[in-house]
Design a protein around this ligand. Structure first.
Ligand code: ZN
Length: 485
């Protein structure tokens, strides 16, 4: 039974889709004004695993991710560089799709661009105005060199107080915000034409000539960020759907605004049944974000580890629980690369199996395979799942060394790696043997056995023998790594 930690309720709940076997899932995509940072990439890899696992469980998955290609950050960057906004958004949208390919992200069915859904966005805003949840405000007159006349152009805002009256105890529930505290918060900037500081923008009037515009019933302008997402999700997933994911930083105000918009429009509660939020990639104690100026892009990370397969980056991202922070630390990426080498070596040596049928194999394999799926069923606990994969490798390595598996059994182990581990996690590399002689590997297995038995002095003496033969042994969370000194 699959359980998901639902941010909305704060507890793990049994996963039951709204529509039989069909799962509708949405994850907030990138704003394409730059290469994505490694923290975003971690979120997207994790939700790829969620999608892959749902399909593995036999669900029909419809997974939509939006791409924000209309946004102030894109406009600012384009203006600063003297380029068209379309040029900037196209460049980074293309780069994002390439990056997802590099990371083996395969579960997304549909990447939806905001710029291709203007009609749906306008229809949602119109609906909100008609129902009394949004109001039109004359544009604030812009000043400066490129300012355009605000004549005939209007902003549209979502009216939070009206929503709160009709939908009590909804806004703020997801992010655990107290409405009274919110009201007193002084950090929210108050545009002069808003009724209340927490009203958020649905449509922005054009202020400067370099801004991209669309025609609308409210004059020339562009959509706000929150409404882009609900217009897209309603089109492809409906007014209510199963899973909405994103980084923890999007919980407030973005996801609260999405809930308010869609519930006000449809009158149906809840908008989304299960909300899932991924933790941050952290440097020191700060979350990794562009605004803090300490970000490293995914491309930087991939370039730094360019002699390692992409599986290394995926395993690194998956090595901490998705709701926990993960340190942006090269040591951890190195450990992941060691682990990937260990899988590659294991699979290569497995191909040489030519022994007798081993009566113990079925149980060894079943135990770890069951543990693997039990971990994934428990709120997608990938680190625990990965641990059981390495437990399996550790249990089978001595049998390979002793040639105590048949060729057919080796095939069924490989099938488990391909149809379960690779299909769900995407961390299985091409087989590649490490150039370590069998007698050294034999010693490594003996040492592992002594460590399991907590016979530390015997383990240490074997370690000394391995090192005096010119090899180095490093113990990692994924098992021992052997290399030449
Ligand atoms: Zn979003």
């Amino acid at each position: 039974m699959l359980k998901i930690h639902n941010t909305l309720t704060g507890i793990k709940e049994e996963f039951k889709p709204l529509d039989q076997n069909n799962v509708h899932m949405f994850v907030c995509g990138p704003t394409v004004f730059n290469y994505i940072h490694a923290g975003n990439a971690r979120t997207f890899v994790f939700f790829d695993v969620v999608g892959r696992y749902l399909e593995f469980k036999g669900f029909e998955l419809n997974y939509v991710q939006n791409i924000t290609d209309i946004d102030d950050k894109i406009i600012t960057r384009a203006h600063t560089e003297g380029k068209k906004t379309e040029e900037i958004s196209l460049k980074y949208k293309t780069a994002f799709i390439e990056d997802m390919g590099v990371l083996k992200v395969t579960a997304v069915n549909n990447y939806a661009l905001a710029s291709e859904h203007i009609a749906e966005i306008i229809a949602q805003i119109k609906g909100l105005i008609e129902k009394g949840y949004a109001y039109i405000a004359p544009a604030i007159k812009a000043t400066g060199a490129d300012a355009v006349s605000a004549e005939g152009n209007n902003d549209v805002y979502f009216e939070l107080s009206r929503y709160n009256k009709d939908f009590p105890n909804q806004y703020g529930t997801l992010s655990g915000q107290n409405l009274e505290e919110l009201k007193e918060s002084t950090r929210v900037e108050m545009e002069a034409n808003k009724l209340n500081p927490h009203d958020f923008v649905l449509w922005k009037a054009q202020n400067y000539s370099y801004e991209p515009t669309n025609e609308s019933p409210w004059g020339l302008g562009r959509p706000g960020w929150h409404i882009e997402d609900t217009a897209i999700s309603e089109k492809y997933l409906g007014q209510q759907y199963d899973i909405h994911g994103g980084g923890q930083d999007l919980m407030f105000p973005h996801h609260e605004a999405e809930i308010a918009q869609q519930q006000a429009l449809s009158g149906k509660v809840p908008f989304v049944k299960y909300w899932m939020h991924g933790g941050f990639l952290t440097t020191k104690s700060d979350k990794m974000s562009k605004s803090l100026g300490n970000f490293t892009t995914l491309r930087d990370l991939v370039a730094r580890f360019s002699n390692h397969p992409a599986e290394t980056i995926r395993l690194y991202f998956l090595s901490a629980h998705y709701r926990s922070p993960l340190a942006f630390d090269e040591t951890l990426v190195n450990q992941a690369s060691i682990a990937i080498d260990r899988i590659a070596d294991f699979l290569a040596r497995l191909s040489k199996a030519s022994g007798e049928e081993n009566p113990a194999l079925d149980e060894i394999l079943k135990l770890r395979a069951d543990k693997f799926t039990a971990s994934m069923d428990d709120d997608f606990n990938a680190p625990a799942g990965i641990a059981s994969v390495f437990e399996l490798i550790r249990a089978l390595n001595p049998l390979i060394t002793k040639n105590a598996l048949s060729a057919g059994q080796a095939e069924s182990i490989k099938t488990f790696f391909q149809t379960t581990v690779e299909r769900i996690l995407g961390i299985v590399p091409e087989p590649k043997e490490q150039s370590i002689p069998p007698e050294i590997l034999e010693l490594v297995e003996q040492r592992e056995q002594h460590r399991t038995d907590q016979d530390w002095s015997k383990a240490d003496s074997i370690r000394a023998r391995i090192e005096s033969s010119g090899y180095r042994i490093d113990d990692t969370p994924y098992g021992p790594l052997i290399s030449t000194k």
